[in-house]
Design a protein around this ligand. Sequence first.
Ligand SMILES: [Fe+2]
Length: 180
Amino acid sequence: MTTTVDRSPAAPALPAAPATRTPAPARTLGLPELASLTRSLAQRPDLWRPLVRFDQGSRWWTRLEGPAGTDVWLLSWLTSQGTELHDHGPSAAAFTVVRGALTENRPSGGGSLTSRTFAAGRTQTVVPGAVHDVVNADAEPAVSIHAYSPPLLAMTYYALGAGGLTPTRTVLTDEPEQDA
Ligand SMILES: [Fe+2]
């Protein structure tokens, strides 16, 4: 039996690890956690009601404090204010309506849309990559709380034709649910 002994010089010692390390990436919240987050914030009107504003010219929003790994926004919607068809890139999302009602439209094949209306207290979730639009189709103003995780980075907008969805543009963004 032959045994080979490595006589090569020992590798130089590695420098000591720095005392501080890069923080671990923030945890990503899933749909149930995002829904729980927007529901729990909805039940704390002291945190958001004094902030609400309405803008006749375009939808209004402001950021709310949320856990690491999320974007949380308070949005207001006057009648007919809404979004184009869009996705949220790799972000999952949830929203809870806290005043009025919002209608969500989702493509359902063949160039058509399926609509659902969410009254105050109702919550909807949106998986990453799902396409929808949201509009206040009601006569009364609406307010909603939205959460995204990972934080919103990019949104792709779509046109809907007889053949289905066609992407029209992708925008890098740190703002939610941009105007139609
Ligand atoms: Fe959206």
